[in-house]
Write a protein that binds this ligand. Structure first.
Ligand code: ARG
Length: 466
């Protein structure tokens, strides 16, 4: 009809009190099948557990249960074979599957929805999906950490400049720098594990919001679906999307880590830095400049953070101010999580590949480590230790030495003993032992410090836990 109304038929799932079907626009804004079909496997698994429980409690007959399970198995194969016809008129995955079940097995299909609502059904499906995604993320982070541990081991004594403000600060080892990322992704993985524990409660049986009068066994369905226990409050259960928000916040923090790493890869692979070479497999060329090798994968990982953070803000905003219990607003939860999950998986996989493949240019790192007066702190520490100066005075004396080296256009280690003694008479030739970058890193043996011996300890600690 010209006004967009479709008077044809009311909804076969809930249309009892409706004289006509929805307008075309209503159908379009209401339907979620375009994206929630992703939940088909979880929906079928949930229905099987529910039907089995209903039969074991005598709420439906064993014959009906068998028909339901058989029908659901057929639907599963149809969807997996790509022959299932999804219909927007049936709104979502739950009603698409139930309608098909009715076609396949007749009246028994109508008994499946006993003691259940789409509200607890969608909470269940989505929770199962997020749980599996978190488990996958955990495995992917383990692979990324493993890649870093290997690079750290190979480079436990590869010297590079350490930066603060992206200005050369003190020499560190590349192994130590790699281990910083192991710590970051290790924290991400701990958050993932915690989130899995947090969401490990079964929503099914909360029904619309108030529970049900049927003698259901929620512990039985929880066990069958691999949850630790059922949720405790039916109102909270159908209104809660914390598990999705937790997934998105974990994804956002992890993506933030990935973007920092991506940025370093972009910087390190410039000809000006030249600390690493990316493999051909993880870089691209330019269609106009033949000499170029671009770190596109790293740049895209950096950019994915924007989408993932956006998803978190979007869902927080959807949930903000919603009254208990379920509101249709919550249907907007899924696309954000699906998109963020896909982006995060890609970003972790691309980064794992880049880290596995990258060539470390030790000569370039070593050369850069020695420039920029990176051992100035070592000189100050030497003055404290060997010449008995208070640290503040040593800092001042060292500043004078740096100014002189800068004026001469040389490194600290290139100043002569006479020049250094003119700045402070307490300086002896022993000072040259600490002015080299190797001596500098080897001396930083404090717990968690950059000394190769310390970095190897950190690697061993993580190897046991990865
Ligand atoms: N498609 C819906 C969603 O994703 C399923 C739940 C519908 N519940 C309802 N009371 N209309 O949230």
């Amino acid at each position: 009809m010209a006004d967009g109304t479709d008077q044809k038929s009311s909804n076969q799932m809930w249309g009892g009190r409706f004289a006509s079907g929805p307008s075309a626009i209503m159908e379009e804004i209401n339907a979620s099948i375009g994206f929630d079909k992703k939940l088909y496997a979880q929906d079928i698994r949930g229905s099987m557990a529910h039907a089995t429980m209903l039969a074991s409690k005598g709420i439906i007959s064993p014959e009906d249960k068998d028909k339901i399970i058989e029908g659901l198995n057929t639907i599963l194969s149809e969807i997996e074979a790509g022959t299932f016809e999804f219909s927007r008129k049936l709104e979502d995955i739950h009603m698409n599957i139930e309608a098909r079940l009715a076609t396949l097995i007749g009246t028994a299909a109508g008994r499946l929805h006993t003691a259940r609502s789409r509200n607890d059904q969608v909470a269940l499906d989505f929770r199962l999906w997020v749980k599996e995604e978190l488990q996958k993320t955990e495995g992917m982070l383990t692979a990324l950490i493993a890649a870093f541990l290997d690079r750290a081991e190979e480079n436990a004594d590869t010297v590079m400049p350490g930066f603060t403000h992206l200005q050369t600060a003190q020499p560190v080892t590349f192994g130590h720098h790699c281990m910083a990322y192991v710590e970051m992704f290790g924290r991400d993985r701990a958050r993932v594990r915690h989130a899995i524990e947090h969401l490990d409660e079964s929503p099914i049986g909360a029904a619309a919001l108030a529970g049900t009068g049927y003698p259901i066994d929620r512990h039985m369905t929880a066990r069958a679906l691999g949850f630790r226990e059922p949720t405790r409050n039916s109102i909270d259960t159908v209104s809660d999307r914390d598990f999705a928000l937790e997934f998105l916040s974990i994804a956002s923090i992890c993506a933030t880590h990935l973007s920092r790493l991506a940025e370093e890869i972009v910087i390190w692979s410039t000809p000006q830095f030249g600390f690493i070479r990316l493999s051909d497999a993880f870089s691209t060329g330019s269609s106009i400049m033949p000499q170029k090798k671009n770190p596109d994968a790293a740049e895209l990982v950096r950019a994915k953070t924007g989408r993932i953070n956006g998803s978190l803000i979007a869902l927080l905003t959807v949930m903000k101010g919603l009254p208990l219990a379920y509101s249709k607003d919550m249907q907007e939860d899924k696309e954000q999580v699906f998109d963020a999950a896909e982006s995060l998986e890609l970003a972790i996989a691309a980064m794992t590949g880049m880290i596995r493949d990258l060539e470390v240019r030790k000569d370039r790192m070593r050369a850069a480590a020695g420039s920029g007066y990176s051992t100035a702190t070592d000189l100050a520490d030497w003055l404290v230790r060997e010449a008995g100066l208070p640290f503040r005075d040593a800092h001042h004396v060292t500043g004078n030495a740096v100014a002189l080296a800068e004026k001469k256009g040389c490194d600290l280690a290139d100043l002569s003993l006479e020049e250094l003694q003119a700045i402070h008479p307490g300086i002896t030739k022993g000072v040259f032992d600490v002015l080299s970058v190797e001596a500098s890193v080897a001396s930083r043996t404090s717990f968690g410090g950059t000394a190769p011996s310390e970095v190897r300890k950190q690697i061993a600690w993580w190897r046991e836990r990865n």
